[in-house]
Design a protein around this ligand. Sequence first.
Ligand code: FE2
Length: 352
Amino acid sequence: MQAKIAWYLIMLLFKRVRRKPGKNLKKSKSGAVKLVGILSLSGLGLGLAGLALFLYGTRVETRKYRLETLKLRTRSRAAAGGRRHDLRILHLSDLHLSGSDDHKVEFIRSVTDDDYDIVVLTGDVFEFEHGIKYGEHLLSRKPRLGAYAVFGNHDYYDYSILNKTLGRVIKKLRHPARKKDVTPHARSLRQGGFTVLVNESVHLADEDIYIVGIDYPGIAEDELMSLMAMAPPQSLRLGLFHLPRKLEMLADAGFHMAFGGHTHGGQIRLPGFGALVTDSELARHEASGVLCRGETTIHISRGLGADPRSNIRLFCPPAATVIELSHYPGDNAIDLDQGEREKRCFVESGDI
Ligand SMILES: [Fe+2]
């Protein structure tokens, strides 16, 4: 009898012992299920947030074209007898026009339907051949002193995905081997009222303004100096370029103001951090806006488009910029306090 009771107790204990780990297992199983659930939900949330951001960046912000205004002052220290200029200049850049860009062109036409002294267009005008048709329709009105354009890398090259990926690390693959003939591009712009400058200059004699257009990827220093040697000494000297490269050279050459593009402002800018990249020798904080090099004021445009294969913008909407430029011939002709005299660039107002 005692043995039976002992056997019964042992079995009871055995059952409990067997049951206990089962319960723990169930508990730990339900904990793991909960954790997997939380992780899955977090992953799903992050994925949906990423997708929403991607759709916003590719479908919404890329079409939120803005017209911004900047008031700038430039001066010429050496000038004596030069004149003051007050100019309203429209800076357009990086249109990347392809065949179905009616919306973008409508915006450009609405912006150019205004009174400007000068319109400048700083490259990457066309992306694909079928975008060339837009060139002659960009200006709604002829600017008082003309419109001037230079070409950028996307005007000269049809990039492949290989160029845009491996080309980032392998210099040889950076650009396609074949450079495009831009004759139709230039013809379309000329028909639209632009003067296309390929390492060339124009002198607006009545206004004494000297404009130099620097072709992509840049110009040799001696060639630039030769062009600048032809500038009348009292003239206001304006430069156009696409790729921000060796900008100190612009200051050495004596430009008062220059206009460039290419960076797209970085395209993706993180709040509190700014642009991630500039795709150029510029620092991240110089991805767009007003830069100073020596006595030269430079405006880098965020542009109105991008390569369609990487056309995403976040916190960096596409923009055209109206620059209200006042140029003073020499320090004495401008009312400056000591602090301002030490400044090299004068941004009076505007979102830079
Ligand atoms: Fe561009």
